[in-house]
Design a protein around this ligand. Structure first.
Ligand code: F6R
Length: 365
């Protein structure tokens, strides 16, 4: 049941510290601060390329993981929508690994993408929440997200546990390839272990999420989400969540793309949610923020206390996240975009758990 929560979506958002903890329990060793993945049937040193595939929110998780595999393990990564990849049928290199990401493990396009990659002799890793699913059965190795059953159509805890598993996998690949030191591995594992507590902090601001939803987002016809680096897919995820359950038109953009077109949309009526953790790209995002501000945009800032100190005075609203290691930040910053969408849907009175036209598992193409 929903326990004392009004919707499954809210219940599942609140389960995230616990299920990320459960997932970490399977993939990291807190005593040695190392990652511990199941045995893989290939050597990371012989991997020529990773192809990641998924649909919807799972595709955005792949986009975040691309940065991790590139930066931590120095591996080339392509990210593919299942529905495009399967028909484009691109050549795949010898020694390639395909990582499929799916909560249900039954998504038709992701399954077809996996079958194609398998026929192309790729090693298949499946990051799924349902271990006895069709995608899991096709895989050489299943990396199980321990999110537990997800009832809400809108995916929340599956998303953040997928991110958690993929960051652990990227660390394992980096260690095997010698692209990160033992000290760096220990630092990243420590940051992962700290994550459930930080997510708890990020959730304990209900009044603020509600205030922004009621006062800024629910009135809007269009909302933009901006981010750079790993915050770019978080922006895409935020826009998808808002569309899905509040039916407000929303777009996620790479912050640097604003001046190439979308800035024409900005006026006093368009809220712009800026996902700006305190990372090496903060200054770049800050200048995009100021460009939007100069056109009268209504800015909602997601950052930590340093970022809020800098850009808060120019924002109509801010959400102060706990300070966090930038590598892990996309997992933490997924929480506020979930809660903003949730409370906006509440303000609009939509059916949060059963949004119109959507099904939990998309087994037809
Ligand atoms: C987003 C959402 C969908 C799913 C997509 C993939 O909230 O729920 O976009 O992420 O349909 O589903 P799975 O992960 O089951 O393959």
């Amino acid at each position: 049941g929903k326990g004392n929560h009004r919707h499954f979506m809210l219940k599942e958002i609140h389960e995230q510290p616990a299920v990320i903890g459960d997932t970490l329990h399977s993939y990291v060793d807190p005593a040695t601060r190392t990652v511990a993945l199941p045995a893989l049937p290939f050597d990371w040193n012989k991997v020529s390329r990773i192809t990641m595939t998924g649909c919807g929110g799972a595709y955005y998780v792949c986009m975040v993981a691309k940065y991790w595999f590139e930066q931590i393990a120095r591996l080339p990564v392509e990210v593919e929508l299942g529905s495009e990849f399967r028909y484009r049928a691109p050549p795949l290199p010898e020694g390639g690994v395909c990582i499929a990401v799916s909560q249900s493990g039954e998504t038709a396009d992701t399954l077809a993408a996996v079958r194609y990659a398998k026929a192309q002799m790729q090693h298949i890793l499946a990051v799924v929440n349902v271990p006895e699913s069709a995608i899991a059965r096709e895989a050489n190795v299943v990396l199980h997200t321990l999110a537990g059953p997800e009832i809400s159509v809108c995916s929340t805890k599956a998303t953040t546990t997928q991110q958690t598993v993929l960051l652990a996998t990227a660390i394992a690949a980096g260690r095997a390839r010698g692209t990160i030191s033992a000290a760096e591995e220990a630092r990243l594992v420590a940051a992962l272990i700290e994550l459930p507590a930080l997510i708890n902090e990020a959730m304990n601001m209900e009044a603020q999420y509600r205030g922004i939803a009621d006062g800024v987002l629910a009135e809007a016809r269009d909302v933009l989400y901006l981010g750079r680096g790993t915050s770019y897919p978080v922006a895409l995820e935020g826009a998808l969540k808002l569309k899905e359950i509040s039916y407000i038109h929303a777009e996620g953009y790479a912050a640097g793309e604003m001046k190439h077109g979308p800035i024409a949309l900005i006026d006093e009526l368009v809220p712009v949610v800026v996902v700006a953790p305190n990372d090496s790209l903060f200054d770049k995002t800050a200048s995009n923020f100021e460009q939007v501000k100069a056109r009268g945009g209504k800015l909602v800032l997601l950052s930590d206390s340093d970022g809020v100190k800098r850009l808060g005075p120019q924002s109509v609203a801010t959400l102060t996240m706990p300070a966090i290691d930038p590598v892990v930040a996309p997992i933490l910053y997924t929480i506020p975009v979930q809660l903003l969408a949730y409370y906006t849907a509440i303000a609009k009175g939509t059916d949060v758990d059963q949004p119109r036209n959507l099904a939990k598992s998309v087994t037809v193409e």
